[in-house]
Design a binder for this molecule. Structure first.
Ligand code: ADP
Ligand code: MG
Length: 238
């Protein structure tokens, strides 16, 4: 991976004493230190408002920390300029609560777009598309438009698009938030397959049942901090 902007020799993700306070004073994260090793599968859990999305946004550079250090693939994310961030994101796959598909494009076109923007040629695009659609079980729906798919299928199409370029790190923010338990479990199974193929996976969810069933390491957030970590002394505690 030399020269490609991803350092395989360091941890996939490292946070040191990271805090994020939003402009309105809201606490997104509070003094979070953690590491995700290359090849790991980690869940980030916590109630709504606990900081899960903030953590992921710091990793893909959509937000900047107020304090601390955020490293992804060996790069200090907040220090990257636009070009550096674009280069880093080539190594990431992003999945959100809704599939974020382009409605006027078919499943195959949505995924192919992710490859065209990365400069892949037609034959390689076809090869990768077939593999990605097989992974998510949508071979027969390649030429359907998003509106013709069920919610679970839309989410799987979004995952196909997110992984078609074989990212080193998959970041999924509440990917099962809109799905019933069966579809949610299917999505987790797809992530497990990707993980088995060597992708580092970080998935946020507030669904504790899913987390328990999946049996992977869990990072639990509470009020923006790692749950169980020593809380800062408050005035009322003195
Ligand atoms: P989660 O994803 O676990 O629900 P978030 O990371 O979205 O949590 O939010 C953590 C805290 O940060 C919440 O109190 C939320 O209101 C606040 N927050 C998130 N995004 C913003 C923003 N853009 N501006 C102000 N506050 C925000
Ligand atoms: Mg969230």
């Amino acid at each position: 991976m030399k020269g490609s902007g991803w350092d395989d020799t360091s941890a996939a993700v490292q946070l040191w004493a990271v805090s994020k306070t939003y402009g309105n004073g809201a606490t997104g994260l509070r003094d979070v230190t953690l590491e995700v090793f290359a090849g790991e599968f980690v869940f980030v859990t916590g109630h709504s408002g606990s900081g899960k999305s903030t953590l992921l946004k710091l990793l893909y550079g959509a937000e900047r920390p107020t304090a601390g250090r955020v490293m992804v693939g060996g790069h200090a994310v907040p220090d990257l300029d636009v070009v550096g961030l674009a280069r880093l994101r080539r190594h990431l796959g992003l999945v959100f609560q809704d599939g974020k598909l382009i409605p006027q494009r078919t499943v195959a076109e949505n995924a192919a777009l992710a490859l065209k923007t990365r400069g892949y040629g037609r034959r390689e695009i076809e090869r990768r598309l077939a593999a990605a659609l097989k992974l998510v079980g949508l071979q027969t729906k390649a030429h359907c438009f998003p509106a013709q798919l069920s919610g679970g299928e839309q989410q799987r199409a979004g995952i196909a698009r997110a992984v078609v370029h074989t990212p080193q790190l998959l970041l999924a923010d509440e990917p099962t938030g809109n799905l019933d338990p069966d579809n949610a479990w299917q999505v987790v199974q797809i992530f497990k397959k990707l993980h088995a193929l060597g992708t580092t996976v970080v998935v946020s969810t507030h669904d504790e049942t899913l987390v328990r069933a999946a049996k992977h390491r869990v990072i639990r957030l509470q009020g923006g901090a790692i749950a169980g970590a020593a809380a800062p002394l408050s005035v009322s505690a003195l």
